[in-house]
Write a protein of this length. Structure first.
Length: 226
């Protein structure tokens, strides 16, 4: 007995019925060369200026929260733009690293520079002390202060030498104060040399970001022409 074939035979189409068209494979969407060029210029040149500028303005505690939120949104939009410029390859991860450095360094570095160059030693009185405990069990203190001479003191809080417990309340301690009131006071024993030096690295990170994004855009356009 002959075995039955496993493959099913296609039934012939009825007379007058058109044959359905073959499925065409969809190609992934690619932005136009003009879009790639404009996005690379916008993300490569404008994004680092906005991120660093917002982070620098955030060195003032009065503007720290809104500037940090806006800077994070700019960074997220810039990373999306980087994917639009170059969707494949390893470009995204260096962009994330450089973006985080531009986001985190300017605030602390600018504070250290201002305190180091124009800070003035000032006697203050501790009016309150508050402790906080990290998840690793480390206890840190922050103190509310007022000037001993009664003059107004912007951002009247600090942490460091002289602020260690509730026993500090009522005591007079020396701190370094920014006469303009832009950055908060710091303790006498706090070393800001290294933090201030990192400010000079921020423009280098911005240049690397621009070179990375613009280079990715040129590579994408070159591959389109090939």
């Amino acid at each position: 007995m002959a075995g039955r074939p496993n493959k099913k035979r296609k039934r012939p189409l009825a007379e007058g019925v058109p044959r359905p068209p073959k499925r065409v494979k969809r190609t992934p969407w690619e932005p136009a060369p003009r879009t790639v060029r404009r996005t690379a210029l916008l993300v490569g040149l404008l994004a680092p200026v906005l991120i660093v500028g917002l982070a620098a303005v955030g060195s003032n505690p009065d503007y720290q929260a809104p500037c940090a939120i806006l800077a994070v949104f700019v960074l997220m939009a810039a990373l999306i733009g980087t994917l639009l410029v170059r969707a494949t390859g390893w470009v995204l991860w260096p962009a994330v690293a450089l973006g985080l450095l531009m986001l985190a360094l300017p605030e602390h570095a600018l504070r250290a520079q201002l305190i180091g160059h124009r800070g003035v030693r000032t006697e203050v009185v501790v009016t309150a002390a508050h402790s906080s405990k990290s998840r690793y069990g480390t206890v840190s203190w922050s103190c509310h202060i007022r000037r001993a001479d009664g003059q107004p003191l912007p951002h009247g809080t600090f942490s460091g030498a002289g602020c260690s417990s509730n026993l500090s309340v009522g005591q007079s301690v020396p701190v370094i104060v920014d006469p303009s009131g832009w950055v908060p006071p710091v303790g006498i024993g706090e070393d800001t040399t290294f933090s201030g030096a990192t400010l000079y690295a921020v423009p280098g990170f911005a240049v690397l970001w621009a070179a990375l994004v613009l280079g990715a855009g040129r590579r994408t356009l070159r591959e389109r022409k090939a």
